[in-house]
Structures are given as structure tokens and as C-alpha cells.
Write a protein that binds this ligand. Structure first.
Ligand code: SAM
Length: 345
């Protein structure tokens, strides 16, 4: 019995090892689904520790698979654990874990890309945005093909304060391919500085916690894995709509080895392109000969604010699509033939 005034630590009853669960339920990793499992519970404990204090927290684990990380989350003494797993083969093994932790686990057989996270947790956990983060965490070791589109979607949710962020500044601890982890946290001047660095860092504090060598997984992936922790910022570093920031950032990085004005040009239609690019760079006070990876967050903020001003003055600007302009030009050229005259048929 726990000593008076102390809460007893939660301990799972003896269970088959993760390796035994894999054998018992014949859970062969599917290469086409990029399944790589973590069997070492010291490592899964280390990942879960990066999430912070989980005692009495509500946690959503994405892609629990055979349940290594799941066990570590339960051992951390959480109040409720929501598991979202796409592959039905894992559900019986997860049910075994659920029975070992009565009343704590909810299992959803579903896809995290479409699951409605705004309904995932009890309403009373909601905190206001400028308060401390709520007692809600998202943790997951997902396939790389899912974790990158998912973080872009969740960053958009952070910006709009919807999805898992209707509860406040929900924290996330997720794994990525090592190189993606480096991009997410890259500083100005780093060769890894990219669209992902700006999109993540203008909305969140992003911490590259540690690297898990590929050989720790079964089967071993081609690459090492980064564990990355995100806490949404009270005040985003760029206070403009997500779509606008994304458009500016994507345009800047379109020609990552060239001067930044080359990418910025693509925000404007051919007619008046140079003049408008110069106007934007001047208003934003950004040296047009800097390379995209050299730009600081405040320079990106200035570019977004200046572009917003131009879009407010000319609302047709925001819908302009450079690629579409190129496509139209190409079509016209092929219709006219190389002579610039309509082809005779
Ligand atoms: N978390 C386990 C571990 O660390 O051993 C499994 C990791 S494995 C790399 C990824 C897991 O995510 C698999 O169980 C896979 O079925 C699941 N998964 C893949 N795509 C998913 C999706 N869209 N929604 C939910 N789960 C998904």
C-alpha cells in the first residue's frame, strides 16, 4: 500500500516482452508501411522522458505498433492514454496492454491524418493560449512518410489554434528521419536551413532532443532517427496567416542556392515583377543578395509583413501562382510553335 500522502507509482503487471508480442501475434514489420519497431524499453523510456512530466497527463500516442513506447507512457503514470493505430494487426496486442492498465487506455483503429483530434480529450483540460501548456501530450514514432506531412498539418493547426491545439499549447514529442530533425531545428546560416525550419520555428520552440541510431530498430531503417520536441509559442514569431507565411517561405526557398530575390520574384506576375520585388525587399529591409538559408526569422517576418501589405493593396496578388504562369506560357509557346506564329495544320 502507498504511504499516506504519497501516490503509488503505476506499475504494469508482468507482460510478454515486445519481442514475444511480435512473435505471438505474428507482427512481421511491413516494409511498404515503413514499420520499424523499438524493442528496448530503456530507449522507449528515454523518448517518453523528453515529453516532460506525464504523471496524471492525458496522452495520445500515434502509431503504437507492438507497444514499446506505449508501455513507457503507461509506466510514467498517465491518467488516460489514447492510441491511434492504422494497422489492424496490432490491435490485439494493444488490447492486452489495455487490460493490464484497466480504465486508462482507449484504442482507436484509424488514421492519424484524418482522426479528429479536436474531440480527442475531455473539455475540462482546455487552457487558454497564453496560459501554461495543458496536461495533454502527443507522442509518436511514425513512419517518416507520415511524420513530415503530419507535422506540417499540426503546424497549421497551431497557427489556427484548432485540431489538437483547441486545448491550448499541446506539446508534441515525435520522431523524424535525422536529416528532417536537423532541418526542423536549423539556425540561419546552416546548410539544413529550409522551409521546415521557418514553418516550425516561427510557431514553436523546437528541440532536437537526441538521435537514435538506426540499429536500435527492428528491422533497421536506412537512416538514424531524431526525437524532436515541440511546444507552441504563446506569440508566433510571424503574425500572419499560415497560408501567407507558407507561400512566402516556399517562394524564397524555391531557388535555395541563388540570391533570395530570385525566389521572391516568383511571388509576382511577370508584368511588374522586378519593380514589385524591389519594393518588397526595400519595405522589408532585406539585402536581396542574401541566400535563402542566411535569412533570419525577423527577416522572414519583415518579408511576410511587407507581402501582406502588398496583398491588401492588390487582392489579386495572393492568388497569383508562378507555376501556373509558367505552364500557361509553355502552352502558348507550343501552340504558336517555335516561330511565335500559330502552327499550320
Ligand atoms: N511505435 C512503435 C514503435 O516505436 O515500435 C511502432 C513504430 S512504426 C515506425 C510506425 C507505426 O505507425 C506502425 O505501427 C504503423 O502501423 C503506424 N502507422 C503508420 N501510419 C499511420 C497512420 N497514418 N495513422 C496511425 N498509425 C499509423
Amino acid at each position: 500500500m502507498a504511504a499516506p500522502g504519497k501516490v503509488a507509482a503505476f506499475r504494469l503487471p508482468p507482460l510478454p516482452t515486445i519481442g514475444e508480442i511480435i512473435k505471438l501475434f505474428r507482427l512481421k514489420a511491413l516494409k511498404q508501411l515503413s514499420q520499424n519497431f523499438l524493442l528496448d524499453l530503456r530507449l522507449t523510456d528515454k523518448i517518453v522522458k523528453q515529453a516532460g512530466e506525464l504523471k496524471n497527463a492525458h496522452v495520445c500516442e500515434v502509431g503504437p505498433g507492438p507497444g514499446g513506447i506505449t508501455r513507457s507512457i503507461l509506466s510514467a503514470g498517465v491518467e488516460q492514454l489514447l492510441l491511434i493505430e492504422k494497422d489492424a494487426r496490432f490491435i490485439p496486442g494493444l488490447q492486452m496492454l489495455s487490460e493490464a492498465a484497466p480504465g486508462k487506455v482507449r484504442i482507436v483503429h484509424g488514421d492519424i491524418l484524418t482522426y479528429k483530434m479536436e474531440k480527442a480529450f475531455p473539455k475540462h483540460l482546455k487552457k487558454s493560449w497564453d496560459d501554461e501548456p495543458p496536461d495533454i501530450h502527443i507522442i509518436g514514432n511514425l513512419p517518416f512518410s507520415v511524420s513530415t506531412p503530419l507535422i506540417i498539418k499540426w503546424l497549421e493547426n497551431v497557427s489556427k489554434r484548432d485540431g489538437p491545439f483547441i486545448y491550448g499549447r499541446t506539446q508534441m514529442t515525435l520522431t523524424f528521419q535525422k536529416e528532417v530533425g536537423e532541418r526542423l531545428t536549423a539556425n540561419p546560416g546552416s546548410s539544413q536551413r529550409s522551409r521546415l525550419s521557418i514553418m516550425a520555428q516561427h510557431l514553436c520552440t523546437v528541440e532536437n532532443c537526441f538521435i537514435i541510431p538506426g540499429q536500435a530498430f527492428v528491422p533497421k531503417p536506412e537512416v538514424d532517427v531524431a526525437v524532436v520536441h515541440f511546444t507552441p509559442l504563446v506569440q508566433p514569431k510571424i503574425e500572419q496567416p499560415f497560408e501567407l507565411v507558407e507561400k512566402v517561405v516556399q517562394s524564397v526557398f524555391q531557388f535555395r542556392r541563388k540570391y533570395c530575390f530570385r525566389g521572391i520574384e516568383t511571388l509576382f506576375p511577370e508584368n511588374g515583377r522586378l519593380k514589385r520585388t524591389e519594393q518588397l525587399m526595400m519595405t522589408a529591409n532585406v539585402d536581396p543578395t542574401l541566400r535563402p538559408f542566411q535569412l533570419s526569422m525577423s527577416q522572414f517576418r519583415n518579408l511576410c509583413n511587407a507581402y501582406r501589405k502588398m496583398c491588401d493593396e492588390d487582392p489579386s496578388l495572393f492568388v497569383f501562382n508562378y507555376r501556373e504562369e509558367l505552364r500557361q506560357k509553355k502552352m502558348t509557346r507550343s501552340l504558336l510553335g517555335s516561330t511565335g506564329q500559330p502552327e499550320q495544320t
